[in-house]
Design a protein around this ligand. Structure first.
Ligand code: NAI
Ligand code: MG
Length: 366
């Protein structure tokens, strides 16, 4: 059977950028014999409009079965007043939770043609290619007790940073596996100087390393220093592994080293399935961009690069992932730009579909 791919375009610019990815998926089928069993379904506001929930049980079941899920974006002003339990974001959270996607991969990669685009000096980011692995299903965003309580005559807000050994070990493995396919180097970040959960984090990452991945170079860094080093000299890193809270902050910081939200892909991985590949959800980092939705202005590259990650991590097609990333690089080097990548007044942006077509043309030429 062909590998299966569930596509959830979602809301706003989600369907617009996904339409370009569909063209690229078709290209790989026609030109590379890489045929996917593709099905498409609803998530977010689009699902709410039809089913009254942001993710139906049926779609959830399909996501559990699929070899990979590719999502566009969810949300929009139309849904802002909905009850919390049926908000579009809940559809995404349900996918992450029920698929148990504990390892969130956020690359920060600099395409040469966009090196001027960063607010940092060119030599700091030219050629940058790092990966942040953020623990996604535990830590202070989930730990109990949590809440706003009354203590004496004032209120107190409480959240609990909590990690079990096995939660740390599995995300550490995910980072080491990844490092072996890249620069073979992992830097683990926590605050072991002031947090017990940080002490355990450091110990467990070191144990997993010593027992299972002694070939990978491992270092440890306090997360506040890590934030500084990311901006000072990010090329010192290959893979960074960190907890949910630090990962949230550090990955947004790292992402912006390289430029536009319209360029950033992500992957969220879970435990291995029967075929040995992890459960996986791929999505651009950006949201549904209601301010530009329906105008053909959206940059589809973040979604295209998310599909490239799927090729690499779910379908073992590293060469084809490289081919697609090179095609994107070529298009950018040729000066093809959507509006979000414009630097100078007077330049003419291309539309979402023109960008998709340019990537196809570059693939054809590859
Ligand atoms: P956003 O990422 O949708 O947009 C932020 C800014 O970046 C906007 O000016 C937008 O036009 C621009 N932008 C984003 N993606 C772009 C692209 N591909 N090409 C060109 N420009 C792009 O974040 P915002 O405005 O905070 O949220 C809008 C909606 O999206 C909200 O309903 C929010 O809840 C939802 N959202 C959904 C996410 C998801 O589905 N994973 C993530 C973030 C927000
Ligand atoms: Mg964030």
């Amino acid at each position: 059977a062909n590998p299966s791919l569930l596509i959830l375009p979602g809301d706003g610019i989600g369907p617009e950028v996904m339409a370009e990815v569909r063209k690229i998926i078709d290209w790989f089928g026609a030109k590379r014999g890489l045929v996917f069993d593709v099905s498409e379904d609803l998530v977010g506001g689009a699902a709410y409009d039809v089913h009254g929930v942001p993710l139906s049980d049926e779609t959830m079941a399909k996501a559990q079965e699929a070899d990979a899920v590719l999502l566009g974006a969810v949300g929009g002003p139309k849904y802002d007043k909905l009850d919390f339990s049926v908000k579009p974001e809940r559809g995404l959270l349900r996918l992450r939770k029920e698929m148990d996607l504990f390892s969130n991969l956020r690359p920060a990669q600099c395409f040469d043609a966009l090196a001027d685009f960063s607010s940092l000096k060119k030599d700091i980011i030219a050629g940058l290619d790092i990966m942040i692995v953020r623990e996604l299903t535990s830590g202070v965003y989930f730990g109990e007790p949590r809440g706003i309580f009354t203590e004496g005559n004032e209120r107190v807000g409480i959240n609990t940073q909590r990690y079990t050994e096995s939660e740390i070990a599995r995300v550490a493995r995910s980072a080491f596996e990844l490092a072996r396919r890249r620069g073979n180097k992992v830097c683990s970040m926590e605050k072991a100087n002031v947090m017990e959960s940080g002490i355990l984090w450091r110990e467990v990452v070191q144990e997993v390393h010593d027992k299972e991945y002694p070939d990978v170079e491992l270092s440890h860094m306090y997360a506040d220093n890590g934030a500084m080093q990311l901006v000072r000299w990010p090329k010192q890193f290959d893979v960074i592994v960190t907890d949910n809270l630090f990962g949230d902050v550090l990955s947004d910081c790292a992402a912006m080293l390289t430029g536009s939200l319209g360029m950033l892909p992500s992957a969220s991985l879970g435990a291995p399935m029967a075929n040995g590949r992890p459960k996986a959800l791929y999505e651009p980092v950006h949201g549904s961009a209601p301010d530009i939705a329906g105008q053909g202005k959206a940059n589809p590259i973040a979604c295209v690069l998310s599909f490239a990650m799927a090729l690499r991590y779910s379908f073992d097609q590293g060469n084809d992932a490289d081919r697609l990333e090179k095609a994107v690089e070529k298009v950018l080097a040729d000066g093809v730009r959507t509006a979000d990548l414009m630097q100078n007044a007077g330049e003419t942006p291309v539309s979402t579909s023109q960008m998709g077509d340019a990537i196809i043309a570059a693939l054809d030429a590859s």
